[in-house]
Design a protein around this ligand. Structure first.
Ligand SMILES: N[C@@H](CCC(=O)N[C@@H](CS)C(=O)NCC(=O)O)C(=O)O
Length: 190
């Protein structure tokens, strides 16, 4: 099994934590720099993570997680858990968009429709996820909890959002720091 990704991507980190003790080769690429040709050879969507196992190629963390979970005989996710993943991914995708715009020299704080929509989506999804944390919906250390952890820790690492009003997300993150593979996959030690 081969996982193509980077040590900073929150989408890759969730798969690395899910893979747990599974033996696999990790290819760490700088997808915006010298690793881009390798990415082009492996995923036409030009995104990470990408997994290859026994000749099967898989694009997108959601599909990779389904594949790995099936191999590990984990229970399939409920519809409510699928919705949690959709909210986590919506916030994550908008935050990646903001980061790439920032790195392109664009003023992401400008009062323009495109960035207003991303910021609004990030806050509506984070507020909903924070309320779910407060209701105890993320108590179990399962795939949705792993994805939420990786999102919150990455938003904090990249300093992309103001956590005022959603502090329970940071408390959730802080209380899960000792879970398996969390420290080893910390993007700060990349
Ligand atoms: N839906 C994808 C999103 C993956 C994604 O956006 N990964 C980022 C890295 S954090 C990426 O590859 N971005 C490249 C780009 O947007 O050009 C998944 O869940 O795997």
């Amino acid at each position: 099994m081969k996982l193509i990704g980077s040590t900073t991507s929150p989408y890759v980190r969730r798969i690395r934590i899910l893979l747990d003790e599974e033996p696999y080769e990790f290819i760490n690429l700088d997808i915006y720099g010298e690793g881009r040709d390798e990415l082009r050879r492996n995923n036409p969507a030009l995104k990470i993570p990408m997994l290859e196992d026994e000749g099967q190629e898989l694009y997108d963390s959601r599909i990779i997680a389904r594949y790995v979970s099936a191999k590990q005989n984990r229970d399939p996710l409920t519809w409510d858990q699928q919705n949690q993943l959709t909210l986590i991914d919506a916030a994550n995708d908008s935050a990646v968009t903001l980061l790439l715009a920032k790195r392109s020299g664009i003023d992401v704080d400008a009062d323009v429709m495109f960035f207003n929509l991303q910021r609004e989506r990030i806050m509506t999804t984070l507020r909903t996820l924070a309320a779910q944390v407060e209701e105890g919906q993320f108590e179990a250390w399962n795939y949705p909890a792993i994805c939420l952890y990786c999102l919150v820790d990455w938003l904090d690492f990249r300093d992309l959002v103001d956590f005022t009003g959603v502090e329970s997300l940071l408390a959730f993150r802080d209380s899960r720091k000792d879970k398996p593979w969390v420290a080893q996959t910390d993007p700060r030690q990349a």
